[in-house]
Design a protein around this ligand. Sequence first.
Ligand code: UDP
Ligand code: MG
Length: 322
Amino acid sequence: MLSVVVPMYDEEQVVELFVERLRPVLDAGGEPYEVVVVDDGSRDTTPVLLERYRREWPELRVVRLRANAGHQAALSAGLSRARGDWVVTMDADLQDPPELVPDMVAAARRTGSDVVYAARADRSTDTSFKRHTAALYYGLMRRLAGARVPSNAGDFRMMSRATVDAVNALPEHNRVLRLAVPALAFPSTTVTYERAERAAGRTKYSLTRMVRLSLDSVTGFSVLPLRVATWLGFLGILVSLVLIAYALISWLAGVVTPGWTSTFATVVGVGALQLFCLGLLGEYVGRMYLAMQGRPAYFVAYDSAERGDDAESEDVPASLSG
Ligand code: UDP
Ligand code: MG
């Protein structure tokens, strides 16, 4: 069975367009499917419309969140509820073309991959602001989460049951799926598509939300920011040594007011030392944070003593730490 997970937040203007385009594609597939729409606490008529469509489309399933939880959280909710052997996640605004779903299924069958990313061929339909911030974001994420992060692949992807189970088992809150899934390092392949403009309505991603996503991405996948204090501490100690030497020389030359040398040396030295200790603390906090995240170190694909699995290799992703 195929599950299609779609988060919707205040999407009354696209619900109809979306249903009209997705349903024929899935019906034509000839295989059993379900569409799991996660209504992310919409305040408009989205839930009413969904209820109406559900009456005539038995494969449509609606999961309503009590309050707006955000795109990534809504996706997580959908993933934990989806029952399919394969799960596609896509946006409701038809920027992710439903027609690509059969291609993704075919690509997975052909290559035996666990994950099929849909990467956009180009970003010509985006504003230049979005293009630049996106380039920055993906560049940074590759640095932090490793080169496995496919660029220009948002949250339009298909995952096998094994992948979905692994994602569901991740203990972290605020998981950023477009990083968490590549970090699993399951066998994957990519299909490209032309990203359309939003079918109707406005984007639900304000600048604040984009910043929050970036912060979640950075802090969720790296303890690098904590290490900044260590580097600054090292630098501070070097600089303070130079300054203290300068103060001592001035004192020897007798060109300073009495008391200045000792005060100056203390301020400079203690400041650097404090920064360094803060960095040291950060190192331990960082290690505790990684341990607390409790990401599994490996996923077993196959064990000859057990039966019923298909793959033959054992996947041990490299360390996920920054
Ligand atoms: N979305 C959601 N909860 C939110 C914000 C967005 O479920 O708090 C959904 C939205 O309905 C859409 C998808 O996430 O299906 C992507 O949002 P949008 O198209 O506004 O983002 P953009 O494509 O502009 O980055
Ligand atoms: Mg969109």
